[in-house]
Design a binder for this molecule. Structure first.
Ligand code: ZN
Length: 351
C-alpha cells in the first residue's frame, strides 16, 4: 500500500530576503489547498512562526538550531508527526532558516524513509536584489548554495535596485543555476501557479552540485569546506519584555547597532500605541516597523526581538542594557512618538 505522496516545497533564502512575506502571500492566496507549514528559526524564539498568517496548529515551529544541520532530527520527527495526523495536509511548505543549505534539507526528503510519503516539488530560493551583491565570505558561500540548488529563484525587492544591478543579479543567477526559473518581485508578490505544484525538482541534481569555488561572488577562491553546523557560523541573541518600549529610544538603538549584526526581527509593544502590535524588520542598513491590524488578539502585549550576527558579532551584556534602556519607564517621557500611517521605513545610521 503506497498512499499518494504529499507535495512539498522548500522555501530557502538568506537572512532577510523575504521568505516569510512570500509564505504569507502563498497562505493567503485563494487556492483552497490545505497547507501545513514547518518554520525554522535558528534563534531560541521563533519570530517567523508568529508572523505567519493562517490556522493555528497548521504551523509547526522548529527553533533553536538549523534544520539542515544541528536540528535535522527535529525536522524528520516533525514531518513524521504531520504525516501521522488523521487530517493529512494536502501540501507541505518548509521555510528554512536564513542560514540553512536547502540541499541538505532536500536530502532529508529524498534519501530517507520520508521519500515514500512526500514528493519534493521544488526548491524555491528568495534573494534580496539589493543585498545579494554585498554578502561576503561564509555568507556569500551560503547564498551561493541556496541559489545553486534552486528550481525557482525569486529575486525580491527589485524596486531597490536599478536596471543594471537587476541585470547583473540575473546574470549571476544564470551562471550558478542555468536551469532555474527567475521571477522578479517586490514584497514576494508572485502568481501561485508559478511557485506551487510546479514539479520542478530533479533528485539527481543533489548528487551533481556545481563546485561553488568557481562561482564565489566577487571574492577569492575558497577550496575549504564551510563548517557543517551553521549555528557555529552565526550568533544569535534575543530580548523580550512585557513592558512598553519608547519608539524614539528604539530607533536610536537600531541606528547604533554594530555592523556585525546583520539581521534583526521581532514584535514590539510601543508605549504610545499599546493596542497595536508593531512588527520590526532589519536587514543590513534597512529597518522598518509596521503596525498590524489585528492588534494582540488573546496575547499579552509584549516585545520580542531576535538578532543574528556573524559569529561572536556582539556583546550580549551591552545589548541587554541597550534594550532595557528602551523601555518607556527608563526613557524620557517627552520622547514618546507614534508611527504615523502604520508604517515606518528608514535607513540606519541616519538621524
Ligand atoms: Zn544548517
Amino acid at each position: 500500500m503506497s498512499p499518494t505522496r504529499i507535495p512539498l516545497t522548500i522555501l530557502a533564502g538568506f537572512l532577510g530576503s523575504g521568505k516569510t512575506t512570500l509564505l504569507n502571500n502563498i497562505l493567503r492566496a485563494d487556492h483552497g489547498v490545505r497547507i501545513a507549514v514547518l518554520v525554522n528559526d535558528f534563534g531560541a524564539i521563533n519570530i517567523d512562526s508568529q508572523l505567519i498568517v493562517g490556522v493555528e496548529g497548521d504551523t509547526i515551529s522548529l527553533s533553536n538550531g538549523c534544520i539542515c544541520c544541528s536540528i535535522r532530527g527535529d525536522l524528520i520527527e516533525a514531518t513524521e508527526k504531520l504525516l501521522a495526523r488523521p487530517d493529512l495536509p494536502e501540501y507541505i511548505i518548509i521555510e528554512t532558516s536564513g542560514v540553512s543549505d536547502p540541499a541538505q534539507v532536500a536530502h532529508t526528503f529524498t534519501h530517507t524513509a520520508l521519500a515514500r510519503r512526500v514528493r519534493l516539488d521544488s526548491v524555491l530560493t528568495v534573494i534580496d536584489a539589493e543585498q545579494i551583491g554585498t554578502l561576503k565570505d561564509e555568507h556569500a558561500l551560503l547564498a551561493l548554495d541556496q541559489v545553486g540548488i534552486a528550481d525557482i529563484v525569486i529575486v525580491n525587492k527589485v524596486d531597490l535596485v536599478n536596471d543594471d544591478e537587476r541585470a547583473a543579479v540575473r546574470a549571476w543567477i544564470h551562471e550558478i543555476s542555468p536551469r532555474a526559473r527567475i521571477l522578479e518581485t517586490t514584497y514576494g508578490d508572485v502568481p501561485m501557479p508559478l511557485v506551487l505544484g510546479v514539479g520542478a525538482f530533479d533528485p539527481a541534481r543533489l548528487d551533481t552540485r556545481t563546485p561553488r569555488e568557481v562561482h564565489v561572488h566577487g571574492g577569492e577562491a575558497h577550496d575549504h569546506d564551510h563548517p557543517h553546523d551553521h549555528t557555529l557560523v552565526f550568533s544569535t541573541w534575543y530580548w523580550q519584555s512585557e513592558q512598553p518600549v519608547s519608539l524614539k529610544a528604539l530607533k536610536r538603538l537600531v541606528n547604533d547597532l554594530p555592523e556585525s549584526i546583520y539581521r534583526a526581527k521581532g514584535v514590539f509593544h510601543l508605549a504610545d500605541q499599546p493596542d497595536k502590535r508593531a512588527v520590526f524588520q532589519m536587514v543590513g542598513k534597512r529597518a522598518s516597523l509596521v503596525l498590524t491590524d489585528g492588534g494582540w488578539g488573546d496575547a499579552v502585549p509584549h516585545s520580542q526581538v531576535v538578532v543574528i550576527a556573524a559569529h561572536d558579532g556582539f556583546a550580549p551584556d551591552a545589548l541587554q542594557a541597550q534594550f532595557e534602556a528602551c523601555l518607556a519607564a527608563n526613557a524620557h517621557p517627552s520622547e514618546l512618538e507614534k508611527i504615523t500611517g502604520g508604517v515606518m521605513n528608514w535607513l540606519r545610521g541616519r538621524r
